[in-house]
Design a protein around this ligand. Structure first.
Ligand code: 26Q
Length: 834
């Protein structure tokens, strides 16, 4: 057994050396690592396993981030600055360790410290299991925003839910998706600080009753059916290259200690414990759908639970510095990430009126100046609404408040549009067209001062479609803030060789100011630089090929074009259109074995919601086509189709750097923004895409000649549907399309079973709501152009360089700058990095 780490260094400031809890040199890091291994984990260095080692380094990084977080909180408090609260039911952070070292600027020092102990940093990094507290785009956006808020020094706190089980892990069995429970807390979580003392009671169910208070005012009391306690768990989010570190405060549910204590004394031990189980259930699991789960009581309870804890916490912080609630909105801006936290509008009203005795009008003035709402979808069926009966049984007081908000709101509408009863019904917070529902997007819009879409096209369509009446009523509320992604994680961390090349050519400043990438443009045609650019891409492809061999058991050629579509599986995202193209290539190669085809590796990844049958069938289809294509010796080196299992942040990071072609092929008008599209562009992939979401802006930014556009526009999609779209006729008229679909329907890819993919094929021939058949020819033509372009490396490389050079707008720093200036009116408060 080894001895405990050198005792001389146990105190914080060994003479002449850096402090071991905060020092950033290799020596301090090495000692801190050993101390943490011994004193936090209780392990001897010589028997510590890989996970112990990872944790010891994690604590080492955490101490340093914590020091910044403490300083930052103090600086914000002293400044009395306005603080942004970002409310989101999901935060999809990805692994912490690599990012923490990067933000602290100690990656190489840590590598050296570990090397001195005979350890490899990369092996430790691979040990971390990421917190998968989100489904996809919306949750990842929240994580990118947290990174940018800290990096820009904006006083901010993220509020959300500490799910015990995040998004399921995806396994593939016989080509089908299987869901495995995500036990991310199994070995503990070194990145969080439980704050038992920061806790709030949250009421649920029961009824309300009026009473007269000491000052003879009529007030309402909510008598709950049960209560749950929310406990804060803080994760520090370090900014890159700055002293700021903000908090992400996630709530987990516990039973209130005194609850049913009486029952316990009376001997109803089981009953009392059962209550605990109910309470703890609340934050057990993330709903794995990226669409509203119809009528799920627990989901509504989750949303209310975290929003109530968060608002109570803001009020606590506000009063702690001695402020009156009358200026709450001057000190807080609250951003609602979709409608999931929209109940906050009614909850703040309840807290101000019922708990703090403010008059309605004053409370309403505060509330509407506080909240702003981001919409992430145009699909009417994806707009969140709750049956009134369910809502009432969970939140009886909030329903009363919403009725009163609605009464006053509709009163104003009536004055603006006398006699227009239909408009009133359309604007109402309550949908009364059949069963009655509470419309959460209406609550968020009426209860806030700003509504924004997440890409220019999306924001325009919002005003023309789902939010049209609200736009006519209050056009000044409507904004666009195009999404962005953090270049720290998705370039610097994910693609170190590219980062090193960029550092050398435009300087290191791009990591915080992506506009400086414009400096690459003069080099786009430089043969020497092009060769370096290709070498970087080639190495990333080689690395991904190694992963593919490990995870898919399939060898792919890094010289082939890597054609990549990674995202949630959804019919509107049209992974199956991509498959139709691959089947069409397969057909051509089978019909003409000498056909001159650009060698291509098609790479897919993504999770399907567990109850989404068609999405799961698409996963099976990809595997089935892959099984046939990859086993065919005549196709070796020409076509490969692979599906990488368990798409998450960690697994995504090596994918973007290795892509030649980024597939962004959703039906126009349906992808609000997309953010994967931006990650690919930054890493020098070219896009084949529709005029949808942020694709439109990416194409404008990188230059139309450097983007492969195809397909109907949103307006043409609308018209095609209005005129009665008949996919069957397209199928009948288009011989190649017919052969392609017939081959799938024949059972060729399903071991002779013509039934397996029938629902998919029949769906396309019968309805095709996402217009795959309408776009099929255009897609194939664009893919033909891609294939030709790839055969000219100098031209392709030029386009690739220009994509990266012009991707600066898609940094989440720009998005946060837009929000801060136009919506939140918050000022950066930089903390020095010393
Ligand atoms: C709601 C109620 C009940 C259960 C689940 C949900 C739920 C959960 C997640 C509804 C929607 C989501 C996620 C939506 C999402 O990820 N949308 C994507 O947001 C991105 C960031 O703005 C955009 O880039 C994508 O275009 C959009 O699809």
């Amino acid at each position: 057994m080894t001895k405990p780490a050198d005792t001389k260094t146990r105190n914080n400031r060994p003479s002449g050396r850096e402090p071991t809890r905060t020092g950033r040199g290799p020596e301090a890091l090495r000692q801190a690592y050993l101390d943490n291994l011994f004193y936090v984990l209780g392990r001897f260095a010589d028997i510590a396993g890989p996970h112990d080692r990872y944790q010891a380094l994690a604590y080492t990084a955490r101490d340093r981030v914590l020091q910044r977080a403490m300083r930052t909180q103090q600086a914000y408090k002293d400044s009395h600055a306005r603080t942004l609260a970002y409310l989101s039911a999901e935060f999809l952070l990805g692994p912490h360790l690599g990012n923490a070292l990067l933000s602290l600027g100690i990656t190489e020092e840590a590598r050296e410290a570990l090397a001195g102990l005979g350890l490899s940093l990369d092996e430790l990094l691979a040990e971390e299991e990421e917190p998968g507290l989100g489904n996809g785009g919306l949750g990842r956006l929240a994580a990118c925003f947290m990174d940018s808020l800290a990096t820009l020094g904006v006083p901010a706190i993220g509020y959300g839910i500490r799910y015990e089980f995040g998004i399921f892990d995806q396994a593939i069995r016989d080509g089908w998706q299987a869901e495995l429970t995500d036990r991310w807390l199994r070995w503990g979580n070194p990145w969080e600080l439980p704050r038992q003392r920061i806790n709030f009671l949250v009421k649920l169910g029961g009824h309300t009753e009026p009473y007269t208070d000491e000052e003879e005012r009529i007030r309402v009391r909510w008598v709950p059916g049960r209560q749950v306690r929310g406990i804060a768990h803080d994760t520090m989010i370090p900014g890159y290259g700055v002293g700021n570190a903000n908090l992400l405060r996630l709530w987990s549910a516990e039973a209130p200690e005194s609850f049913r204590f009486e029952a316990f004394n009376l001997g109803d031990y089981y009953g009392a414990v059962e209550e605990n189980v109910f309470s703890e259930n609340l934050t057990k699991v993330l709903y794995p759908n990226d669409e509203p789960a119809a009528g799920k009581r627990l989901r509504l309870e989750q949303q209310y639970f975290f929003v109530s804890c968060s608002l109570q916490d803001m009020i606590r912080i506000h009063r702690r510095v001695g402020s009156s609630l009358a200026n709450f909105h001057e000190k807080w801006a609250v951003q609602l990430n979709d409608t999931h936290p929209a109940i906050g509008v009614a909850e703040l009203m309840r807290l101000l009126i019922d708990e703090h005795a403010l008059p309605w009008d004053e409370a309403w003035g505060i509330t509407t100046r506080t909240f702003a709402y981001t919409n992430h979808t145009l699909l009417p069926e994806a707009l969140e609404r709750w049956p009134v009966s369910l809502f009432e049984s969970v939140l009886p007081r909030h329903l009363e408040i919403i009725y009163e908000i609605n009464r006053r709101f509709l009163e104003e509408v009536r004055l603006r549009y006398p006699g227009d009863g239909e408009r009133l019904a359309r604007l109402s917070l309550i949908d009364e067209s059949g069963e009655r529902y509470v419309r959460m997007a209406h609550l968020a819009t009426v209860g806030g001062h700003a509504v924004n879409g997440v890409a220019a096209l999306h924001s325009e369509l919002l005003k023309q479609t789902v939010m049209r009446d609200f736009y006519e009523l209050s056009p000044e509320k409507f904004h666009n803030v195009t999404n962005g992604v953090t270049p720290r994680r998705f370039v610097r961390l994910a693609n170190p060789p590219l980062a090193a090349l960029l550092d050398r050519v435009v300087g290191t400043g791009w990591t915080r100011d992506m506009a400086t990438l414009k400096g690459l443009e003069p080099l786009a045609d430089d043969p020497g630089f092009q060769a370096e650019w290709r070498a970087v891409k080639r190495a990333a492809k080689q690395a991904l090929a190694t992963r593919i061999a490990r995870d898919c058991g399939c060898s792919v050629d890094p010289n082939s074009m890597f054609d990549v579509q990674v995202k949630r599986i959804h019919e509107y995202k049209r992974q199956h259109l991509n498959v139709l193209h691959l089947v069409s290539l397969y057909l051509r190669l089978k019909q003409d074995p000498n056909a001159d085809l650009t060698p291509r590796t098609a790479i897919f990844a993504g999770k399907a919601a567990p109850g989404y049958f068609m999405a799961k069938l698409i996963i099976k289809l990809i595997h089935s086509v892959g099984e046939v294509v990859n086993a065919d010796p005549t196709l070796a080196g020409r076509l490969r189709v692979v599906f990488l299992p368990d798409f998450n942040v960690k697994n995504a990071q090596p994918i973007y750097p290795a892509a030649d072609l980024s597939e962004q092929i959703s039906t126009a008008g349906l992808e609000a923004s997309g953010t994967g599209n931006m990650k690919f562009t930054m890493n020098g992939a070219l896009t084949i895409g529709t005029l949808d979401g942020a694709n439109v802006e990416i194409r404008d930014a990188v230059g139309h000649e450097n983007f492969f556009l195809f397909g109907l526009s949103a307006e043409e999609v609308r018209r095609a549907k209005a005129e009665g779209y008949r996919p069957w006729e397209i199928y009948q008229r288009n011989q190649h399309l017919k052969e392609t679909l017939d081959l799938i329907a024949s059972g060729h890819f399903s071991r002779g079973d013509p039934e397996l993919f029938r629902p998919l094929v029949d769906g396309l021939l019968g309805h095709d709501p996402y217009l795959l058949l309408a776009d099929f020819d255009a897609y194939l033509a664009a893919q033909g152009e891609v294939a030709r372009a790839y055969l000219d490396p100098a031209h392709w490389t030029r386009m690739s360089i220009l994509n990266t050079a012009r991707s600066g707008r898609f940094s989440s720093d720009r998005s946060i700058g837009d929000y801060a200036e136009r919506i939140w009116k918050v000022q950066p408060m930089p903390v020095s990095d010393g």
